[in-house]
Structure formats: C-alpha cells, structure tokens
Ligand binder design. Sequence first.
Ligand SMILES: Cc1cc2nc3c(=O)[nH]c(=O)nc-3n(C[C@H](O)[C@H](O)[C@H](O)COP(=O)(O)OP(=O)(O)OC[C@H]3O[C@@H](n4cnc5c(N)ncnc54)[C@H](O)[C@@H]3O)c2cc1C
Length: 320
Amino acid sequence: MAWYSVYEVGHGVCERFDDVPLAEVGTRVPRVFIAGNVGHTHSAKAGQGMNVSMQDGFNLGGKLAHVLLRCSSESLLATYSAERKAIGEDIIRFDQWWAAVMAKSPQEFDHPSDFEDAYLQITEFAQVFMAQYAPSMIVAEPEFQILATGFPIGKRFKSAVAPRVVDANVIHIGHESKANDRWCLFVFADSAQAGEASPTAALAEWLAHSPKSPVHTTTPPTADENGWFNIKVIHQQAQTDVALSRVPATYMPRVGRFGLINYDGVFAAAPGSDIFEQRSIDRGGAIFLVRPGQYVANILPLTATAELAEVARRFTLTQW
Ligand SMILES: Cc1cc2nc3c(=O)[nH]c(=O)nc-3n(C[C@H](O)[C@H](O)[C@H](O)COP(=O)(O)OP(=O)(O)OC[C@H]3O[C@@H](n4cnc5c(N)ncnc54)[C@H](O)[C@@H]3O)c2cc1C
C-alpha cells in the first residue's frame, strides 16, 4: 500500500453559534455567527455533516435577508443559534444511538424488525424530517396541532400531492414553499364548495380587506399582493368540482408588472391520495404558516384571524 490515512472522528458542539453569551441572550443583537463544522462535528455516518452545515447557512441566510430588507426585526437573529445548536446536539445524539445499533449482534435485538425500524428512522433523519425547532417567535406552541397531526409544528413540511385546479397537474404542494424569502400561508379549506359562504371564504375576505390582515400590514408596498405571504388554498373536492370562477380573489392574486391573475395557488384533493387523509388534516379546515425554509411555524383554525395577525406581528415589521 503506497498511502493510507486515518480519519479520527471527533464529536462536539459549540456552546453558541453567535457572539451573545447565554446570560445576555435577548439583551443584545448578535453580530457574529458561525455555521458548519466549526459549530458541530460528528462522524460521517448518514452523510450529514455537509448537509447540516448547508442547512445552517440556509437558516441564517434567510433570517439575515429578512432583517436587512427591513421585513423582520433584528431580534429574529437570536433564533439562529437557538435553533441550529439544538440540531447540532440532535445529530450527535442520533449518531451515538445509530453507532450502538450498528454494533449490536443480531441476538441482542428484542425483535427481528428492530433493525429495519432503525433503518427507517435513519432515512427520516437524513431527509431532515426528524429535526424539530422549539417554540420561539417563529415557531408556535402546538396549541392547535390537533388540526393536522401529520404536520408537526417545528418540523419540515412533509409534502403530499394535490392536483392544481387550473391545469389538473398533480404536484407536490411542499414544492410551493420555495427556497426564497417568502412565507407560505396554506389554507386547507373546510368542506364547503369554493365560493359558498364558509370559514374559507370569510378568511379570504378578512385577508383581503381587514386593516389587521398581515397581507396588508407586512407586504412591502412595492411587492405583489402575495410578495410576502405566498397564499395557497387546498379544497377537499376533486379537481373537476372546484370552479375557479368562484374562488375568492385572495387565493388568486394579481401579480407582476401587468397585474395578471395567478391561478397557480388553487388546489384540490387527489382521488386515492387525498392530502387531508394522508396528513390527518381536520375536515373543518386549518391555516398553516410555513417558513421560507419549509418548516411549519404554526397551525391555526380558519377562524383564528386575530391570532394570525398577532403571529405575523411577532416576526414581521409593519410596512406602513
Ligand atoms: C471522510 C469524510 C466523509 C464525509 N462524508 C460526508 C457525506 O457523505 N455527506 C455530508 O453531508 N458530509 C460529509 N462529510 C462532512 C463534510 O465534509 C463537512 O461537514 C463539511 O465539509 C463542513 O463544511 P464547512 O465549510 O463547515 O467546513 P470545512 O469544509 O472544513 O471548511 C473549512 C475551511 O476553512 C479552512 N480554514 C481553517 N482554518 C483556517 C484559517 N485559520 N484561515 C483560513 N482558512 C482556514 C480549511 O482549510 C477549510 O477549507 C464527510 C467528512 C469526512 C471527513
């Protein structure tokens, strides 16, 4: 052998991912941040080092952009260290657990399926569906989690397919939450038909016309109607049973230079693959707030307009 090298695994998580000591958190804004291996180092198992490092950057980049664009207050920056340090600790705990599983002999497992179950868990982990952010100014307490148990608050939005009404394309609605600076507001409609008097229609009215609506208070004046909150509605009916002409304008905003109607945000349920069933969404409907990084920030009843206004106020600066 002409050459060999030994890779020594080091495990460690930095005390803070910013320059604010624990005792001073909340008293001043962080000015310096660290991301990547300098914050957390662990074994190469599950191939997570670079992935988690890039997610650090994504978490921080989005927050910095919002603060620099004056869409969010500087206090948002404190959530970076809190969220990503916890993820660094999680990955090391997971790594130790996984190492112990791998080191067991077959006789040591209680049940023959234990090893298979562990493999399924590692898949969830590697796809970042196990990471869960704790409650903060951008993650709610799970007060209304019961409205959609398949979308844990603080975890990544676990996509499912739904037909887009305008062109019948069956697409993953998780992909609607793009890696840009916009929040997604998914409105899972109640069982009424589009256009009928219903909580879904009343919410559209409130979003469009109430002076307290976050669409008005937080969208920069120069942006499109959906420039800050990318609003989508998902109906319980089949695609052919949703009449676009009856869908409230809030769910089909005017966008771009020519103010063209954007029909892309209206979805239906896919027969045999109904997102309401797949993700245990209450048939009375629910509002989902999804962060730019695809994490579920909050779930609220369709009628909780005051709460929605308050939640938005916590992480956005009023634009007027
Ligand atoms: C064997 C192995 C296999 C891996 N496999 C995977 C995998 O399959 N999937 C995965 O996601 N991750 C994997 N990783 C982890 C991944 O490589 C790291 O997590 C990732 O590179 C971390 O990126 P980083 O930018 O934080 O740090 P680094 O990539 O370490 O970059 C830090 C840079 O800073 C430079 N530097 C250090 N000190 C100074 C200084 N004083 N002045 C100037 N420059 C300095 C260093 O030279 C280096 O270029 C693996 C790692 C190893 C070792």
